[in-house]
Design a binder for this molecule. Sequence first.
Ligand code: PEP
Ligand code: MG
Length: 883
Amino acid sequence: KKWVYSFGDGKAEGAASMRNLLGGKGANLAEMSNLGLPVPPGFTITTEVCTAFYANDRNYPAELEGQVSAALENVGKTVGAKFGDAANPLLVSVRSGARASMPGMMDTVLNLGLNDVTVEGLAKRSGDRRFAFDSYRRFIQMYSDVVLEVDHHNFEEILEYYKEEHERTLDTDLTAEDWLAVIERYKARVAEELGRPFPQDVNEQLWGAIGAVFGSWRNARAETYRRLHNIPESWGTAVNVQAMVFGNMGETSATGVAFTRNPSTGERAIYGEFLVNAQGEDVVAGIRTPQSLTKKARLESKDTKPSMEEAMPEVFGELTAVFERLEKHYRDMQDVEFTVQSGKLWMLQTRSGKRTAKAALKIAVEMVGEGLIDEKTAITRVDPAALDQLLHPTLDPNAPRDVIATGLPASPGAAAGEVVFSSDEAAAAKSDGRNVILVRIETSPEDIHGMHSAVAILTTRGGMTSHAAVVARGMGRPCVSGVGSIRIDYKAEQFTVMGVTIKKGDIITVDGSTGQVIKGEVPMLQPELSGDFATLMAWADSHRRMKVRTNAETPLDAATARKFGAEGIGLCRTEHMFFDETRIVAVRQMILADDSRGRREPLAKILPMQRDDFRQLFVIMKGLPVTIRLLDPPLHEFLPKTPEEIAQVSEATGIAADKLARRVQELHEFNPMLGHRGCRLGITYPEIYEMQARAIFEAAIEAARETGEAVIPEIMIPLVSMKGELDMLKEKIVGVAAAVEKEKGVSLVYQIGTMIELPRAALMAGQIAESAEFFSFGTNDLTQTTYGISRDDAANFMNDYMAKKLISQDPFVSLDTEGVGELVRIAAERGRATRPDIKLGICGEHGGDPASIAFCEEVGLNYVSCSPYRVPIARLAAAQAAL
Ligand code: PEP
Ligand code: MG
């Protein structure tokens, strides 16, 4: 079996289409080689080796060693060197490369193949002793850190100490002999830490690095990342071994990273950084401040050092030609790494670049304009969940702001929150429901969970391509990086800047679009939904089949949802209208009444208020469908609980406190979620539903008069489990309609339907559909009752289930398409068999989740309904599901 694929020198055994086998990096290195771009030769060990390795108790397939040696020899032939050769050594880099780019895994080892002997060869061949020994010490440092797990602090400490001892300030002040001395100390430290010497055998080095890559596939950080991004463990990673090219061979050498368009704004302009006389990781590590690629960017950032365009005009020209070639070929924005060795350009990596939602929209829309992609492709280029970034507020430009510092605008959007200094604290605060801003000197893959938990990230070191910046953009968190003026004191849990001290827990506002750090909270503005957003959404709308409605009960939510493109209301939870201060007294009187007669009087007081609520919704929705659900929660939710609360209510209502307390006792339920709620209330207290039905019908008449649009209300009964419940309640509602028609002299058009949110309802859907004109899947309750897991208590143990890999996703967030989904499927089928034109929708939280929306498309639902801010997400996800 073929386990190893070679590339480089204008040809390759692989191609971009072989991503699953070669990983992203390997597939693209092969593709670039096939395109004839300058790629240092190398080979990819396939993801199948990773899978075989774990299936086989961490043993490699037998043929692997031979295939690696043969491929390595070929690489040597191509560059005219030999691995481990004393006079002319081949050096390689070893990198991981999964199908999806995955921070948290072993990333890179450079300069592999150096030892006490080959370093002399390198020195002679390059004619630069200092360069050779600098490379060797970098290799020891990197290899020890990532492969041998000797922490890098050891080496930093040694180097700092050496520099002090010998009065050297910068790394560049160290001579070849200095590095040699440092190397001896490094080696001694490794031997001390490990109890064995640093490996001199180049093959041992190589297999150590390969093993470290495969081993890192299952380290804790990689597992966290996979869990957050739904990457299956079975994919495995590939390993790429590639001939080294050197960006640290003097002033005509350099290394850099670039995006072919601006990943923050989407603007069509090269965006990136480079460092002269440096090696790959120096740019990302933020040790030296990188220089701009283009002259324009240099002028904008007021950088004093020349840009690549100015310093190396010829290579820069070559580079831009490569960018254009790559964009035309991949038809997407690319994120590339390159190295210039003595004036010659080498491409080390290309991949489709991570970008903000704003950039994704702009790039997708502009590429359609440029003829690179079509509308359908453009629709698939934007992650629906990422739209969330655009729908949220930005800082009000007219509000006063107390700017205490400015850094790099690394990831756009603004947020305010309490300052915390550690990722663990950010995570803890999030589970307490607090908004926090994670403030760090710099971030590393260990901070992923903290960054995820924070509303924004602030770092004092690192550029636009630093870890914090890249990860924040990917996650859609606002981020300001490299705020050099801020001094963080982790011990004292505070930072200072220009005489201001901000302590842990203090509120700051961070604006990732301008780089500003502001003391206190700044008022925000609603987002702008025109331009590229509107264009892409219009394309999405023209390609989707399902309608998108919203869950809303307040005029504000309904109006917001309309603005976001909602095509009606899929769920109006009427109980929310019962809590209003002006009516809770009447609601309580109603609950406390002894009989139906006693309930009618307070209900009569509530009626006009409910009618007005509904009228407003109908007016805002102007003829679009509106589904109103009759009262759902158990009555005790509306009653006061503690003695203090009871005393307050008693005073306000004149109802004796002991009577109140007794009624609270009577209504107590052991398991209210499964208790006297939903249609069961309607069965026992029909006058409540009658009042609500009347309010709906009267409001429909008023709204139709007001807007001139016909209003066809959809009345929905919750928590039905048998057809009989629905029939009994339907009869009452029809009776109310007839009465209203007679009183007002109009004829009403309306529909009566039901939630499908209990397993029995799903199974009996065929019968229920004889009475129900529509179904709306209440997947919150359906998930709760199918799993038998309380939706209010699930958070306490679901994370543990995910950590233990029992489930990959919280089923209350993303629909369990296998189990709960099966019930949805059954209900849809049986409902349609009875009533072919039955209208089917979903109004549980899942209605705004892209993966669940794809399932709804598959089952053929007519619409999804979600909270207002998720309406655009649902519109796009529905279009993607339909393509
Ligand atoms: C549901 O159960 O999915 C639903 C939408 O209703 P609620 O969340 O109000 O119970
Ligand atoms: Mg429900």
